[in-house]
Design a protein around this ligand. Sequence first.
Ligand SMILES: Nc1ncnc2c1ncn2[C@@H]1O[C@H](COP(=O)(O)OP(=O)(O)O)[C@@H](O)[C@H]1O
Ligand SMILES: [Mg+2]
Length: 146
Amino acid sequence: MSADRGHTKPAVLAFTDVVEEYPSTPPVRALDGVSFEITRGELLAIAGPSGSGKSTLLHVMGTLDRPTSGEVMVAGHDESALSDAELSGLRARHIGFVFQQFHLLNGFTSLDNVADGALYGGGKLSDRRARPRNDSQGGTRPSRRP
Ligand SMILES: Nc1ncnc2c1ncn2[C@@H]1O[C@H](COP(=O)(O)OP(=O)(O)O)[C@@H](O)[C@H]1O
Ligand SMILES: [Mg+2]
């Protein structure tokens, strides 16, 4: 499938018949044939009752989990065709996560916790440290530990 199905703007994310099942007896089908497209500049909110599959959908959208079946295209790339390392690069270049928890690494400074976020985007540690240092939003205590 092409990520651009006649739209003027190509899809940044496209799901086709995505199924996600958790292995149990019987299996839990958290996503049951989900299809949609998001184009550049579009905003999407996902709402639903507890247990309806929101977190599962976000994990598959973020390529943190692979679907049981169906197709997930991110920025024109078929995630099923990518290796783990390639998926990490795709996430670094095209996907941003804001987690409910901070997920900070204990024992690392706040500066390095920020710099590690850019690890898979490539670049030297000194460059990754320089960016938050130069950013006025970067905080005033870069060497503090969580
Ligand atoms: N790791 C798991 N193993 C088995 N079932 C799971 C797992 N994670 C979620 N589920 C089940 O999948 C369904 C969707 O869960 P989830 O995506 O967490 O929904 P939501 O985020 O909307 O509350 C629920 O029935 C939930 O119990
Ligand atoms: Mg949830």
